[in-house]
Ligand binder design. Structure first.
Ligand code: GDP
Ligand code: ZN
Length: 336
């Protein structure tokens, strides 16, 4: 092992210890402030976390009003989307309990520890477009991550106004392949009137997150669905005004047509980190009936005789495209 490698590890450990120490200190001071004002708190009520900033967060009560709150230290880290029991206060309220979560989206922090980012999202809308052209492999990474988080994905083909049935044959065939294996697909356009009608109906009564590569129209969709809120500008100015880190917090918004959105730059690219090979395999939902039927228990599904997955590809039960995409993701993990 080289000297440089050791010193990098040491530096990592020191940074980790410092981060934990400052987290504890922040928590202690938040606790003190919280207990000082506890006497003047209102009755317990239900709410939902709409954004979080370190040890403080904004909670929306049943009346739709937001209030800045501290968190009792016996509650595990709260994130945007968490359903909570809280007590209003002046100037800050206190969150006293957290309801069980339906889903939790996490991502690695700078120290490679998984950190929760948002709770209770129940739809991940994977946005694709003819320009920049959608890549099946990127879609598959999002799908695997969605399956892993047990959140229902929807494939949204945006910029429908630009689609020509002949020129975009390959793209439309690809979307059809996803529909055939059971994923919900929908078309939308931010530039044609009525282009969002079908999407609006799908979002109702759900908490959704939009993901997808840059340029496919996520901001345009969000801005069209949330007139009057520029989610991107709002999040950025808030971060700078408070002098906080550049990564912006996830925020919860309500669509006027029903349903909610949890959005942040981190969520928009959430699938782009790695999962274990077995999780990747399980994330290809149409492979599942064949998993566990290979002749060899440690089959790598490469060229082993009696591989149930390779046989399924040969028989046309699994599309060759999806299988190639699976291999590509596995190879990218092994290269690391
Ligand atoms: P993001 O990077 O995914 O947030 O994408 P943006 O919302 O910034 O959009 C990228 C570009 O695509 C912008 O120039 C938009 O005006 C354009 N765009 C977004 N939605 C549509 C659409 O439905 N139709 C067309 N023709 N252009 C769109
Ligand atoms: Zn196999």
């Amino acid at each position: 092992m080289s000297k440089r490698r050791i010193s990098r590890q040491q530096r990592w450990r020191i940074e980790k210890i410092q981060a934990e120490r400052s987290e504890r200190a922040q928590r202690r001071s938040a606790d003190t402030e919280a207990s000082l004002s506890e006497g003047e708190l209102g009755d317990e009520q239900a709410g939902i976390v709409v954004s979080h900033f370190g040890q403080q967060l904004d909670v929306e009560g049943s009346d739709g009003q937001h209030q800045r709150c501290h968190v009792r230290s016996n509650i595990d880290s709260l994130v945007t989307g968490d359903q909570v029991i809280w007590r209003p206060g002046n100037p800050t309220g206190v969150v006293v309990a957290r309801e069980p979560r339906q889903s939790l989206l996490s991502r690695p922090d700078n120290f490679n520890r998984l950190k929760p980012v948002a709770a209770n999202i129940d739809r991940i809308v994977i946005v694709i477009a003819p320009e920049p052209l959608a890549h099946a492999n990127l879609i598959d990474r999002y799908l695997v991550a969605a399956e892993h988080s047990e959140i229902t994905p929807i494939l949204l083909l945006n910029k429908a106004d630009l689609i020509d049935p002949e020129r975009n044959r390959a793209l439309l065939d690809m979307v059809e392949r996803y529909r055939a294996i059971g994923y919900e697909t929908v078309r939308a356009s931010c530039t044609s009137s009525g282009g969002l009608t079908e999407l609006t109906a799908l979002l109702d009564k759900r908490i959704s997150a939009f993901v997808g590569q840059s340029g496919v129209g996520k901001s345009s969709l969000v801005n069209a669905l949330l007139p009057g809120t520029d989610s991107r500008v709002g999040a950025l100015s808030e971060a700078t005004a408070k002098g906080r880190h550049t990564t912006t917090t996830a925020r919860l918004y309500h669509f006027p047509g029903g349903g909610s959105l949890i959005d942040s730059p981190g969520i928009r690219e959430f699938a782009l980190w790695n999962l274990a090979p077995e999780q990747v395999l399980q994330g290809f939902r149409e492979f599942r009936p064949f998993i566990g039927y290979c002749r060899f228990r440690d089959c790598k599904h490469q060229q082993e005789p009696g591989c149930a997955l390779l046989t399924a590809v040969e028989n046309g039960d699994i599309s060759a495209n999806r299988f190639a995409s699976y291999r590509q993701i596995i190879d990218s993990i092994n290269d690391n």
